[in-house]
Design a protein. Structure first.
Length: 575
């Protein structure tokens, strides 16, 4: 569980804390001191990432003493580096440098010194704004160690630091190095480093907002895709500032709303994190009190004093977080006011927009009504646990239905002229789409067969991924349990053909003429009761046509459906 928690430390702090708490609980039950110690270290990492630096330092110092007693030198080096990074975050350069030096001195004595590569990279970052010679010195030392252990992750971080320094010096080679790191991150599937490179590109083009905002948006979309929630608020803030510079009123309103939702979610996550940590501290304190009472009753008075002091500190801490919550709420209210003023200045003049809004409102009424009904029953009725779970499930399903409808609406109305197109390997893209939907097919005990070859095409990877995922998801949705779904990719002389074949329920005759229309009434329920919104195939058709392609289908009731895609080998519109 400790290793699993470490995997989440740069994506989801709440999950990182959760696995740390579970690992500690399990280690105590199994009487495994090493596991308990590593769990406390993971909890400290979670606190540091959440910005609770003083609490993190307290936890780290406690763990450091225990690592030293166990002579666990490798973990001690990593912990010294973590403490140095916390002090760097607090702008306490003196303490930060001291702990970095301790980590380097101890790491140099280790027989397996691979951890030093990471220490040197972090220390190089510490010297980034101070001394170029010192920066290059520590980066070279890190390179030598990373080369010995063939550590591509460290190599890529080093190149990104070098790219940042070149960009800071306005060196003409900066762009080349940044693009090199982006290509390498994609090749090695280092997702968080890929986001770093996209941010470096955005910063490089800061004086060209139209170019810069494209890279920032790619970084945001990539962070969402890989589940990296830590950067979302800062990324949206950067994008909003770019939109203000560009002066696009509609985009400003859209990003403001996105920023507002991100702040609300971050506020809720912070509250949940505080509750979990306070609960953990309460349990830990109670366990300590019981242990001390069993060992020596005479220490009761000191325990009570300790609890009182801890309670005072905790109240002060909660008060600080409450003030922070007030500030966040104020910021949200200000954004609301700005958004309201902007909305008041807009004129709804197109009949099509009005029609779409009425249909969306109509389709959202049912799931929102279900949420309200379930919430009212939970609050006002005396219900048992099983019924409560059913109502919670209803709320989740209705919310998912609403989010799905809104997501489909936001991706409609594509403009082919604004699509960024690059070289894409269709075989790799199909494998990716199958992988992200595999969990759905597993739930229905279905098998997905992919017959393909490596074929390159010029297109927008994100949009084509959405179109292919829509079709594969529909095949899963409308196929019964245990059935097989086939996907075929082949290259003709003038075009590339993709076929997605299911042996599901088929499409009725009366629906065939309108399934590609937006907000069509041609909707079916999936074989397991899955909902549809009438947007997916319309958006898919827009995406394929934006790539100068064609889409059609053949279907028979009770026999199945095949969707055919044709994409040109050499499209005319290359960006």
């Amino acid at each position: 569980m400790n290793n699993l928690g470490m995997l989440y430390q740069y994506k989801n702090i709440d999950s990182c804390l959760y696995f740390g708490l579970k690992a500690k609980e399990l280690s105590i039950a199994l009487k495994y001191p090493k596991g308990e110690l590593d769990a406390d270290n993971l909890i400290g990492v979670s606190l540091a990432l959440r910005g609770l630096t003083q609490e993190a330092l307290s936890k780290f110092n406690n763990v450091l003493d225990r690592y030293r007693k166990q002579h666990d030198f490798e973990n001690e080096v990593q912990l010294l580096m973590n403490i140095a990074n916390v002090y760097k975050k607090l702008n306490n350069n003196k303490e930060s440098k001291s702990f970095f030096n301790q980590a380097i001195q101890l790491g140099s004595k280790l027989e397996r010194d691979s951890i030093l590569a990471l220490v040197y990279v972090n220390y190089a970052g510490f010297n980034l704004m101070n001394n170029v010679d010192s920066l290059n010195y520590y980066l070279n030392k890190s390179k030598n160690i990373a080369k010995k252990y063939n550590n591509d992750w460290i190599f890529l971080q080093i190149r990104q630091l070098e790219a940042y320094e070149l960009s800071r010096q306005n060196n003409q080679n900066a762009l080349l190095v940044i693009k090199e790191t982006l290509s390498r991150a994609k090749e090695l599937n280092f997702e968080s480093l890929e986001v770093n490179s996209l941010l470096l590109l955005g910063d490089y083009y800061a004086r060209s907002p139209k170019i810069a905002i494209n890279y920032y948006k790619q970084a945001y979309e990539r962070s969402i895709l890989i589940g990296d929630k830590l950067r979302l608020v800062s990324l949206i803030s950067i994008i909003l500032n770019m939109e203000y510079i560009l002066g696009n009123k509609e985009e400003i309103i859209k990003v403001q709303k996105l920023f507002q939702n991100a702040l609300i979610e971050e506020n809720e996550n912070l509250k949940k994190f505080i509750v979990d940590y306070v609960h953990y501290n309460s349990l830990e304190t109670n366990n300590k009190i019981l242990a001390i009472n069993n060992k020596n009753q005479s220490n009761k008075i000191w325990i009570l004093i300790a609890v009182l002091v801890f309670s005072i500190i905790l109240v002060f801490y909660i008060f600080k977080q409450y003030r922070r919550t007030i500030i966040l709420n104020k910021l949200v209210n200000e954004q609301n006011a700005t958004l309201q003023n902007a909305l008041e200045s807009l004129e709804e003049t197109q009949d099509e927009n009005k029609r779409m809004m009425k249909i969306v409102a109509h389709d959202l009424r049912d799931p929102l009504g279900a949420i309200k009904m379930a919430a009212t029953l939970i609050r006002n009725s005396k219900i048992d646990h099983a019924e409560s779970n059913n109502l919670h499930d209803l709320i989740i399903q209705s919310a998912d239905q609403s989010i799905g409808l809104v997501s489909d609406l936001l991706t409609s109305n594509l403009d082919a002229r604004n699509l960024d197109k690059n070289v894409i390997d269709l075989q790799e893209l199909l494998e990716y789409c199958v992988d992200i939907l595999k969990h759905k097919s597993i739930l229905k005990e279905q098998n997905i067969l992919l017959e393909s070859q490596s074929i390159e095409i010029i297109g927008n990877r994100g949009k084509l991924s959405r179109a292919l995922s829509n079709l594969i998801a529909n095949a899963i949705k409308f196929s019964p349990k245990g059935y097989t779904i086939e996907i075929r990719l082949e290259k003709k002389e003038q075009y590339i053909c993709i076929a997605i074949i299911d042996k599901g329920i088929g499409i009725p005759e009366y629906m065939k003429g309108s399934i590609f229309q937006m907000f069509s009434d041609a909707r079916q329920v999936g074989t397991e009761g899955e909902k549809t919104f009438g947007l997916g195939l319309s958006i898919t058709k827009q995406i394929i046509e934006a790539h100068e392609g064609k889409i059609w289908f053949e279907s028979s009731i009770g026999i199945g459906t095949t969707f055919w895609l044709e994409l040109p080998v050499n499209p005319s519109g290359l960006n």
